[in-house]
Design a protein around this ligand. Structure first.
Ligand code: AMP
Length: 599
């Protein structure tokens, strides 16, 4: 039995405690979603609790015991969270997988984690799973009506009566802080995925440390919006934070993002940088399509917003001319823009998982939407540091959480210690990314400023040296290049070459318009044009002018198409898999180094 007197609602011991507490008080609108072809559905606290209990009992009836691994292989939806929490309530370990994960990786994870039961979305996915992993694995489907549908699974447990239900904290021994809760496989840019072992204690500590300070700014019943996959630890922890703060959690997916957000009008949401960029690109494209005055006004207003926010962020006065421009921009465009996007109630947006270009964040800030960038890894549950709205330092990833220690090693690597740090990698006893004193080695390069804000400089393993012996940080150069609106994606390569080179996928639509090309002009044809290359090269020279001489890009390679997840060039968190891109375009890279270099 859980000892009641030692229990503190502000410091739950396990995720089971945290979830039970959050669902104990009657409340409408705990989880909401709008599935394709259906109306909005909203689940009250009691309903969520009953469903979670039903899934937990059904799992136990299906022979799942404490510590067993149970998979979830689906897109975000309310059922996803219900099953995840049901797995935890059964004392088992949840093993989430991205809906887009490649077949060989699914088979690998199912095999390594020893998964015997898996929640999937559709009957077709269940069939695919059986073809991949054999029919001995049981697949419970969110959609579908057969015996193995989620609906029947839950209903079956209820039909067996109370005898089948046993809350895990009644079990002996009880699930505790040291029990494994999640086995999260990281994307692994090289080789096989690695299973990160996160305990109840790891996750609870991180949810509380990241979200408790938001009490006051976020009130119970405020709308929180999810679009990033729950299969990544970032949104998984956010969902728990929304429960902790008693928010109304609207569950969405990227295809429905813009529509859902307009309807949900959230107060808080977490994005990755690419979504921020997608929103801005969408706003600009829309203005251009509208034509007339708007086509000029919207880009002008966003530029005024960015410049005004930058002046503030840099501690400068904007000056009377910019102040006037900004006031006009706000009155004419920015206020309406917020409402048109469904962001008029937003308190702040959070960004994480990859570096957010400072100018992108400042554009949102200028439009009245503060962006709090944070930093973390799957191995740290994930939050290490985050900016808080009262004291945002744009460009940094904020200050470490209250119970998380950060130290910078001699070579610049960020080391982390705290209750949020994983137990280790599953079945990889020799892969121990810790140094003396129990510090976890993040593989990221960073610095702490005088006020304790953390700044990410690069990722350790991506650093490379030129033939001149100078270290090159590709992320830094890419961030500079991506300031140009003509650049969609950029990858800097050049290990053991005289200078770095950039592979660039242009912002195709902008280039088409600029060069008056028909809308259906293929990307490969655009990339082959000398005039387009000339323009992009000029942009790159301009954008990198402020970097050190050895960091200046001397050659530009235009990619014939965007890098994509489907082609294996991006990880599921949309990070570029550098080695794969480099290998795939080796021919183009060779040819570029043989060609004339930029001035
Ligand atoms: P993952 O385990 O998929 O969450 O990836 C963790 C990695 O994402 C970290 O080691 C960083 O390299 C990167 N990362 C996360 N947040 C940020 C950020 N705000 N800025 C730069 N890199 C980040």
């Amino acid at each position: 039995m859980r000892s009641v007197h030692a229990y503190d609602v502000n410091r739950p011991a396990t995720l089971i405690d945290l979830i039970s507490d959050a669902l104990a008080t009657p409340r409408e609108g705990v989880l909401e979603e709008r599935l394709p072809g259906r109306a909005w559905e909203s689940l009250a606290a009691q309903c969520v609790r009953e469903r979670v209990d039903a899934v937990a009992s059904a799992l136990r009836n299906a022979g799942i015991a404490r510590g067993d691994r149970v998979g979830i292989f689906a897109q975000n939806r309310v059922d996803w969270l219900v099953c995840d929490y049901g797995i935890l309530f059964a004392g088992a370990v949840s093993v989430p997988m991205y809906a887009t994960l490649a077949d060989d990786q699914v088979a690998f994870i199912v095999g390594e984690a020893g998964i015997r039961l898996m929640f999937v979305e559709t009957p077709a996915q269940a069939e695919k799973l059986h073809a991949l992993c054999g029919t001995s694995i049981r697949a419970i489907t969110f959609d579908g009506e057969g015996d193995d549908s989620l609906q029947r699974f839950e209903a079956g447990s209820a039909a067996r009566g109370a005898g089948a239900r046993r809350a895990p904290h009644d079990a002996s021994p009880p699930v505790g802080a040291d029990d494994l809760a999640l086995l999260m496989y990281t994307s692994g840019t090289t080789g096989e995925p690695k299973g990160v072992m996160l305990t109840h204690g790891n996750l609870v500590s991180n949810v509380v440390a990241a979200f408790a300070p938001e009490r006051g700014e976020l009130q119970p019943g405020d709308v929180a919006f999810s679009v990033l996959p729950f299969a990544h630890v970032y949104e998984h922890t956010n969902a728990l934070g929304f429960l902790l703060l008693r928010l109304t959690h609207v569950v969405s997916v990227p295809d429905r993002l813009l529509d859902d957000i307009r309807e949900a009008r959230p107060r808080v949401a977490a994005f990755v940088p690419r979504i921020f960029e997608r929103v801005l690109t969408g706003v600009l494209a829309r203005a251009r399509a509208d034509g007339g005055l708007r086509a000029q006004l919207v880009p002008w207003a966003l530029a005024a917003a960015r410049q005004h926010a930058r002046a503030h962020a840099d501690g400068r006065s904007p000056g009377p001319f910019l102040a006037l421009r900004f006031a006009l921009a706000r009155a004419l465009v920015l206020r309406k823009l917020k409402a048109a996007l469904g962001l008029e109630r937003i308190g702040h947006l959070v960004s994480g998982s990859a570096p957010l270009p400072r100018d992108t964040a400042l554009t949102f800030a200028g439009a009245g939407i503060p962006v709090c960038e944070g930093y973390g890894l799957t191995e740290t549950s994930p939050v290490v540091s985050v900016n808080r709205t009262a004291a945002i330092r744009y460009g940094s990833v904020g200050k470490p959480l209250a119970d998380v220690e950060v130290r910078i090693a001699d070579d610049g690597e960020i080391l982390v210690r705290g209750p949020n740090v994983m137990r280790g990698y599953y079945r990889r006893e020799t892969d121990v990314p810790f140094v003396d004193g129990g510090w976890f080695c993040t593989g990221d390069i960073g610095r702490l400023d005088a006020d304790g804000y953390l700044w990410i400089v690069d990722r350790k393993k991506d650093l490379f040296k030129t033939t001149g012996g100078k270290w090159i940080s590709p992320a830094r150069i890419e961030a500079a290049i991506k300031r140009s609106p003509y650049v969609g994606q950029a990858v800097v390569v050049g290990a053991n070459r005289p200078h770095p080179t950039a592979l660039i996928a242009p912002a195709w639509d902008l280039v088409r318009r600029e060069f008056a090309l028909p809308e259906d002009t293929a990307t490969g044809r655009i990339a082959a044009r000398d005039d387009v290359r000339g323009r992009i090269e000029a942009e790159v020279v301009r954008a990198t002018a402020e970097l050190a001489p050895h960091e200046q890009v001397r050659r530009v390679i235009l990619l014939p198409r965007d890098l994509t997840l489907e082609d294996g060039e991006l990880s599921p968190t949309l990070k570029i898999k550098r080695r794969i891109v480099e290998a795939r375009y080796a021919g183009l890279i060779e040819a570029a180094f043989a060609a004339v270099s930029l001035p």
